[in-house]
Design a protein around this ligand. Structure first.
Ligand SMILES: Nc1ncnc2c1ncn2[C@@H]1O[C@H](COP(=O)(O)OP(=O)(O)OP(=O)(O)O)[C@@H](O)[C@H]1O
Ligand SMILES: CC(C)(CO)[C@@H](O)C(=O)NCCC(=O)O
Ligand SMILES: [K+]
Length: 265
């Protein structure tokens, strides 16, 4: 079989083709497009690909974008299936007040991170940080119960908000330093440490709640930048949402050709 995983974020679409749905494997092909360029996928990067037998996606970008992606998927005879957060899936239990309202990207990142930890025989509380257009910091206990999480503006949104809300701030990207002595460095460092501080706070809170130091994993487009500026141990994971999509596909039995289109609310 071939399995196509798609992650449609607020800024970019990421896709990866796999030769089966076994968790932990590397893709045979992958790519990224800004949402403006989605309309070119079927004639561009997807034109050369082997046809996927199954597809599973994660989308937070809204219905109009979803329809655009589904139009591009008409290139193949494959059923578009999108994961939505539910009460329970693949070992993770959703503690949100309204489980269906949790962002699918957060849900899949948690499933990917939790199962990854369990597969390496580790049983610890877990903080999952996604650094994209928005930043999310989600907490799970060692049994896979999602206890709750934070949503923050991403670095780009923070800087744009400051630029549009003040008269005197129009500055290029600076460096992250402890004592910024120019506006650019002050803004870049402020945004980075706002995120880093929120992560530390959540790690401490979960640690006291569970009486055990949590594991902290980070992913998302700007994760590699954030990870260099953390004052605690953080594991950078390349594609947590794809890990989550593989896990869900595996647990739904999507490798066995039959149609498991049912979503479990
Ligand atoms: N030094 C930095 N540290 C943290 N974040 C940064 C930094 N510089 C830029 N960013 C921001 O991080 C975000 C990452 O965007 P990117 O599109 O790579 O992530 P993404 O995971 O694809 O997002 P999404 O999934 O929401 O589309 C952007 O908002 C970008 O402005
Ligand atoms: C928080 C974002 C924007 C992060 O991408 C996304 O997960 C989302 O739109 N979530 C829905 C709201 C929620 O998770 O509570
Ligand atoms: K994202």
């Amino acid at each position: 079989m071939t399995f196509l995983a798609i992650d449609v974020g607020n800024t970019r679409l990421k896709w990866a083709m796999f030769s089966n749905v076994s968790p932990g494997q590397y893709p045979i092909a992958q790519g990224v497009e800004f949402l403006e360029n989605i309309g070119r996928l079927s004639e561009g990067p997807w034109a050369e690909l082997p046809a996927p037998t199954r597809m599973l996606g994660c989308i937070v970008a809204g219905d109009a974008i979803r329809r655009l992606v589904e139009e591009q998927l008409e290139l193949w005879n494959v059923l578009p299936q999108w994961v939505i957060a539910s009460k329970y899936e693949a070992g993770v239990t959703n503690g949100y007040d309204h489980p269906l309202r949790l962002g699918a990207d957060r849900w899949l990142a948690m499933i990917g991170a939790y199962r990854r930890m369990r597969r390496s025989q580790v049983f610890k509380p877990l903080i999952v940080v996604m650094v994209g257009t928005a930043v999310t910091i989600d907490a799970l206990d060692s049994s896979g119960m999602f206890l709750g999480g934070l949503i923050l503006p991403g670095h780009g949104i923070m800087l744009r908000a400051l630029e549009s809300g003040t008269a005197g701030l129009h500055v290029p990207t600076g460096e992250v330093v402890s004592f910024p002595k120019n506006t650019s460095d002050a803004l870049t460092s402020g945004g980075t440490y706002a995120i880093a501080g929120a992560v530390r706070r959540m790690v401490d809170t979960l640690g006291s709640q569970c009486n055990e130091t949590p594991l902290c994993v980070m992913s998302g487009g700007a994760g590699w930048k954030m990870v260099q500026n953390m004052d605690l141990q953080v594991e950078l994971v390349e594609m947590l949402i794809f890990d989550g999509l593989l896990e869900v596909a595996f647990h739904r039995g999507m490798q066995d050709g039959e149609d498991n289109a049912v979503l479990f609310p």
